[in-house]
Design a protein around this ligand. Structure first.
Ligand SMILES: Nc1ncnc2c1ncn2[C@@H]1O[C@H](COP(=O)(O)OP(=O)(O)O)[C@@H](O)[C@H]1O
Ligand SMILES: [Mg+2]
Length: 401
């Protein structure tokens, strides 16, 4: 049906709603057990790591739904935040927003002093806006402020579950590592009962950066990693998602969509979304899947690869090599020596540098299974996109001649 897409169950680029969430059961069990430890008064620290688009934020918001009613969960996106002041402000702001219109609001309201700001455009909302001196104070006395909050909440909430998502900006600051370390130390030495779990969320590089800055810091974290979904989980997702809009998926089409998803949640969402757009008869067949996947390759390329590759790589020679790979070897895996044969002398000279650069950018990786000199794109859609881009380039240059 034409209007399926209006209530599309697919959410490419935004955390998945609870009813469409698949997989991660092992990580969920673990984190919930740490939440229970926190509930018994142990301050807990979790570091959730995974590549971009692998589903960290989705897992964090799913967990917030899974924790029991007697735990207050706050999910804060730090994105570009790079100061402790702003980070701490957002934590209390999150608590405030989570508490407004709730039964426990009156018991914590005083803690926020006169700094609750009512914003009444587009409906009423509240935000926490203290002056700078008070914010500095909160940063310094964070454990104490938290302890007060817990005390005031204790009839309704037995623990706090605080997610600091996208710590990429703040984790670069040495202040952050130091602040966190002293927070944990102070809690350990001054408080018997501190039912707070803090979960940091970031890409693997952040973990390395943090541990270089404060080697002892990383010891306090329970590290949880998330990786690709299994093909089975991807299939479960597609079955569920297409099922909600009454669309059937033929078996060969399903296999193809699962294969191209490469276990990557973001790619799976893009493929589902594009394929649903193509469908006209509430049944996805092989041809719908093909077109959907090609369209998804376009979208993925434009959204994630284009800015990364075609803009980051200024060198015309690099671009020429990329087009040759796309044109001659539109596959997931390629051998260095096969590509080298297609290159001219200038291209061959920079070929090693090119490969290193592409690895740094997270576009390709070594294919260990295929042995030395073999590389593969990190997902199935990149080579398709690069192939289509090289064809487009050929068409464009032909016309100009
Ligand atoms: N467990 C999951 N089940 C279904 N879709 C998921 C799952 N995890 C992530 N997604 C989808 O994948 C994409 C990336 O997820 P997100 O949580 O934003 O990743 P990250 O925070 O790691 O960058 C989103 O489109 C989201 O809807
Ligand atoms: Mg995220």
């Amino acid at each position: 049906m034409l209007n399926n897409i209006e209530n599309s169950p697919f959410t490419p680029g935004t955390p998945v709603p609870v009813d469409m969430f698949v997989g991660r059961s092992e990580q969920i069990e673990k984190i919930l057990s740490y939440v229970n430890r926190a509930k018994r008064g142990n301050q807990e620290n979790v570091f959730l790591v995974g590549e971009r688009g692998i589903g960290k934020s989705s897992l964090a918001s799913f967990l917030r739904y899974r924790i029991s009613d007697d735990i207050l969960g706050v999910h804060i996106f730090l994105g570009r935040v790079s100061s402790l002041d702003e980070m701490v402000r957002r934590i209390f702001d999150g608590v405030l927003k989570e508490s407004r219109n709730r039964s426990w609001f009156d018991s914590i309201r005083d803690l926020f002093g006169n700094y609750i700001q009512e914003v009444s455009i587009f409906g009423v909302s509240v935000s926490f806006a203290p002056p700078e001196e008070d914010l500095n104070e909160l940063v310094r006395n964070f454990p104490y402020a938290m302890a007060n909050l817990i005390e005031k909440l204790k009839n309704k909430k037995k623990a706090l579950f605080i997610v600091l998502d996208d710590i990429n900006g703040i984790a670069e600051k040495p202040e952050f590592a130091n602040w966190y370390k002293s927070f944990v130390d102070e809690v350990a030495t001054h408080y018997k009962n501190f039912p707070v779990l803090i979960m940091l969320v970031g890409v693997p590089e952040r973990r390395v950066v943090l541990s270089n800055m404060q080697p002892s810091l990383m010891r306090i974290f329970r590290v949880i990693e998330i990786e690709k979904l299994s093909d089975e989980e991807v299939k479960t997702f597609f079955d569920g998602a297409f099922g909600t809009v009454g669309v059937r998926v033929k078996r060969d089409a399903m296999n193809m969509m699962v294969k191209y998803s490469s276990g990557l949640p973001l790619i799976m969402q893009e493929i589902g979304d594009e394929t649903l757009r193509v469908d006209r008869d509430d049944s996805i067949d092989l041809s719908d899947a093909r077109i959907g996947i090609a369209n998804a390759a376009e979208t993925v390329g434009r959204k994630y690869l284009d800015p990364k590759v075609y803009k980051a790589i200024r060198s015309e020679t690099y671009l020429a090599i990329l087009r040759k790979i796309g044109y001659h070897f539109p596959f997931r895996t390629f051998k260095k020596s096969d590509i080298a044969k297609k290159l001219d002398e200038r291209e061959r000279k920079v070929f090693n540098n090119f490969l290193n650069r592409m690895r740094q950018l997270g576009v390709i990786e070594r294919d260990v299974e295929k042995g030395r000199g073999s590389y593969k794109f990190v997902n199935e859609l990149y080579p398709i996109y690069i192939f289509m881009e090289s064809i487009r380039y050929r068409e464009r240059t032909k016309k100009h001649k």
